[in-house]
Design a binder for this molecule. Structure first.
Ligand code: IPD
Ligand code: CA
Ligand code: CA
Ligand code: CA
Length: 273
């Protein structure tokens, strides 16, 4: 579908440069005082750095593809609807894991994906603290810096390390997310909640995690991660075994060997008939 592979390579190279430069500037101000605002509730944070990174990325990526469409968390979130009508769309999370960033917990990332109509062209997730870049061009494999990555070969839930996230709105209520979480204790080797969905998905792609599930994520939380996992040989679907697209708000991602057991476990814990 991508008509001009030369442009894809050029866009990828330039976007890589832009994200690495943004990451370097965030690393330089990690310990500087931040201005922190809350959005919908006391757990929903945004800092001046999120906003600065977003405007830096937009400025440079728009220069690369003039007239491209933007779906970005802090300033163009509502554009997520019907972006498949657009020839080129950048889907951007300026800092994924803002709460970690605020608390100096070293798990946060910048995430940039390019879409051509409905199809992802490439994606980049930068682990800011460690300066590790996870990237994939559709159909060309997934990489951790310059190394080709692959999902793990663990073949049972019992031997798996699984990550998850629960939207804060569900913490106090009885929810499917909690039912799933409680049901997994004792059924897998370990459970983690890193606070950065972009990095969790990258870790499934490298095989450092075997599976990940989360309810209610946004396009900028999953766009790059889905591509990384798929290009690394894994599977990402919604509850109903359908290949994830940006409109599904459940994501279940894993390597191939545990996928059937993992999704069956999740469906039965959440009482999905
Ligand atoms: C958040 C992270 C987190 C997930 C939240 C997201 P943000 O993104 O991905 O892992 O559990 O639901 O909102 O707001 O830090 O970009
Ligand atoms: Ca946020
Ligand atoms: Ca995010
Ligand atoms: Ca964010």
């Amino acid at each position: 579908k991508v008509k001009n592979p030369v442009a894809t390579d050029l866009y990828f190279k330039e976007a890589k440069h832009v994200i690495l430069t943004a990451g370097e500037s965030v690393r330089n101000e990690i310990f500087q005082k931040k201005i922190i605002h809350t959005k919908e509730n006391f757990t929903d944070l945004v800092t001046n750095v999120d906003r600065e990174v977003e405007s830096y990325l937009i400025k440079h990526l728009i220069k690369l593809i003039p007239d491209s469409h933007l779906v970005t968390e802090e300033t163009n979130a509502t554009n997520a609807i019907a972006f498949d009508q657009q020839p080129y769309t950048w889907v951007i999370d300026p800092i994924d894991g803002t709460m970690n960033f605020v608390h100096h917990f070293p798990r946060y990332a910048i995430s940039v994906a390019l879409y051509h109509y409905n199809d992802i062209v490439f994606g980049l997730t930068l682990d800011i603290v460690n300066n590790i870049l996870y990237s994939a061009i559709k159909g060309q494999g997934a990489y951790m810096n310059d190394t080709l990555i692959h999902t793990s070969t663990i073949d049972s839930l019992k031997h798996s390390l699984i990550a998850y996230g629960i939207p804060s709105a569900e913490w106090r209520a009885t929810s499917r997310s909690k039912q799933i979480l409680f049901s997994l204790f004792g059924e897998c080797q370990g459970i983690r909640n890193s606070g950065s969905s972009c990095l969790d998905l990258a870790f499934v792609a490298t095989g450092q995690l075997d599976g990940f599930w989360h309810y209610h994520l946004k396009p900028w939380d999953v766009a790059v991660g889905i591509l990384l996992v798929e290009e690394a040989g894994g599977i990402c679907t919604n509850f109903n075994h359908q290949i994830s697209n940006l409109k599904d708000d459940w994501i279940i991602a894993s390597n191939k060997p545990i996928y059937d057991e993992f999704i069956s476990h999740i469906r039965s814990a959440a009482d999905v008939k």
